[in-house]
Design a protein around this ligand. Sequence first.
Ligand SMILES: Nc1ncnc2c1ncn2[C@@H]1O[C@H](COP(=O)(O)OP(=O)(O)OP(=O)(O)O)[C@@H](O)[C@H]1O
Ligand SMILES: [Zn+2]
Ligand SMILES: [Zn+2]
Length: 803
Amino acid sequence: MKIANVIVDVPTKQTDRPFDYIIPKEWENVIQPGMRIVVPFGPRKIQGFVTDIKAGSEVKQLREMIEPMDLEPVLNKELLHLGEWLTETTLCFKIFAYQAMLPAALKAKYEKMVRLAPGMKAECLPQKIKPYFTNHKSLDWEEALKDGLVSVLQQEAAKGKLEVVYVVKERVRKKQVKFVGPLFSAAELAVEKEKIQANAEKQKQVLDYFIDHPNPMELRKLLQETNASAATVKALVAKKLLFEEEMEVYRNPFEHRTFEHTYPLPLTNAQAAAIKPIHASIESQKHEVFLLYGVTGSGKTEIYLQSIQKVIEKGQEAIVLVPEISLTPQMVNRFKGRFGDLVAVLHSGLSAGEKYDEWRKIQRKEVKVVVGARSAIFAPFENIGIIIIDEEHETSYKQEDMPRYHARDVAIERAKTYQCPVVLGSATPSLESFARAQKKVYHLLTLSSRMNERPLPAVDIIDMREELRAGNRSMFSRKLFDMLKDRIEKGQQSVLFLNKRGHSSFVMCRDCGYVVNCPNCDISLTYHRAGSRMKCHYCGYESHIPKVCPECSSEYIRYFGTGTQKVEEELGKILPEARVIRMDVDTTGRKGSHERLLKEFQEGKADILLGTQMIAKGLDFPNITLVGVLSADTMLHLPDFRSSEKTFQLLTQVSGRAGRHQLPGEVVIQTYTPEHYSIELAGTQNYDLFYQREMMIRKLHHYPPFYYLALITLTHEHLMTVVAETEKIVHYVRSQVSNQAVILGPAASPIPRINNRYRYQCLIKYKREPNLTRILKKILDQYQKETKNGLLVSIDINPFILM
Ligand SMILES: Nc1ncnc2c1ncn2[C@@H]1O[C@H](COP(=O)(O)OP(=O)(O)OP(=O)(O)O)[C@@H](O)[C@H]1O
Ligand SMILES: [Zn+2]
Ligand SMILES: [Zn+2]
């Protein structure tokens, strides 16, 4: 008897383990680890993942599985194993770990069909199933199950004669296109051709075409190629020489675009030196993590491309992660331009169907490279030769729901399995990564100058307090205004950047730039309109908003912020001649609008591109000679110990957009705190100095990379309950860990109430606590049992958003 170990789709603590099910005789040769099957669970029928197959079971009264859901595994061995690792390291349910690795379409309701693989004919199939596929019919999965055909189908699928297609109900419709193909072999067609009446020239031409090209092809393309009419094809179909069929085609989101093919550039000396150790790692199949630290415009992408080239030549595969917001058409073009159809693209802008199509190309090994956002790290390749993470410092690589993984950690884990290199690239590496490179855990590769020694743009830091003193109450400094005007006159382009994060949430003096900080945590207090109070979200400290500035006694102390719309209005007043394109969540909501707006800007249809975070990266337009940052401080005062780091990174990235080509670039940064080191040092683009300053502060306040963090968040509808329970947890943790660990809390979460549930948290800072995972698991176990009283506990190890 064969027994399947199954992780069932019931996300609770009690069910977070494999359940045993008998595999009925008929499925014995079908079921493999990594497939999804349907099993009975209590009175219900549910889905589950087969993780293992055994010869027996300890359990009495076993139940039988109901039916398979796949012809081939959707998760390979390595991914199954990775799921266990994810569960261990992020404390999530196994079912979430596995689901996170699959495209959304596989989680939805779908109909499944089996059909002939492209170029195959029913004649080549065994007698038993041939009738189901004659005339290019496809077979419904339910029917296949009913008629007991699955194991034959599986054998033929393994030979490449059949394939499974998922037709997702409701949410995704497959794209249907009319195809035409020959019903006979080339030799047979040649014979048939002779029988056609002499004057049917066109029909003969079409047959000739299929004698040379035996594969079915899109009707539209066939008509173009042969100059035949639809009626000609119809006639041949009527003669039963050709068949006509609606076939599913991959939805290609880049269909309408052609890619100009690019070739490897001769590398500069600096690039050649940086790529050498990466190539060595690829060649010797030795896992190593490289930190490619190169200033903006230093040619990191070319290093990625030529490393991938090497990997493809070795017959291996490459994963490239790019932050969601820089996954622009421009970015994709650089990879498609070099590797063409070998590239699959995965990002959230695709429909569920498009994503599924791209995923299938990866699974079938039709592509060698995947470029995508965070979740592309789970691409089902089986022979990975390199994993590249561009802009490795980006916080979007951390997933904030279960499983709360960081793509960098997953990349390193997978790369260890495949013994291949990981390349982390950035002009402003995360402190964690740079610290690891300093300690030689990562191999540091440096590109210290721009291509062709083009200078980094000159940066002007404008003190907005001075502007106020000089009577300028506008959101544009005099300098920025003059420069914008100058660019419009010269016909050059400008980018205006407004940082939306942290909007209106901190309290600042407009005269001296003073921001009210927590006395315990060195983090700005967050403004709360209710009661006009300020709170610290780490330790719970709170106070009133001062009536006058404690620094300079000015009365202009208030909460701070502006929106892109307001900026656009003001531009209209002060520079009515400027043509402005605004890019923010409102103007880019519709599919393709992001791309369209960028294209318009590139074509010179606007003088000024005004936008938020989404324009900070990846723009590489020759005519941009001015970048203006309207308010550099907003992010600086988020209740986040990484706020200085994020500010520095963002300002450096934005500045890097200017002067990348022939024309020199200038940058204007407006700020109320010009003396803050993250702004001052972004002005000189001095990462090394910034790193030193920031490390000192992190050390002093016990933050990463000196300490690790774990965040426990509790929610409940009664404030008293959530406070009391958090208190208990704080006590429990304190009694279990060493006295090296620092435990903060109970404190209200930065968002203290969501949906009428109060949120409290406990933050653990620690260096080495070998028992911590066990302790945290115990807490989860305990509270899982108590879910009836409505208390929810979540744990984030290495949190990025402390909310
Ligand atoms: N070896 C080379 N020879 C000539 N041009 C090159 C070479 N390598 C890169 N370039 C060009 O230099 C420009 C900057 O390179 P690239 O965009 O790769 O830099 P980057 O380090 O990735 O920048 P960023 O971090 O700002 O995205 C690009 O236009 C690129 O085509
Ligand atoms: Zn002041
Ligand atoms: Zn505090």
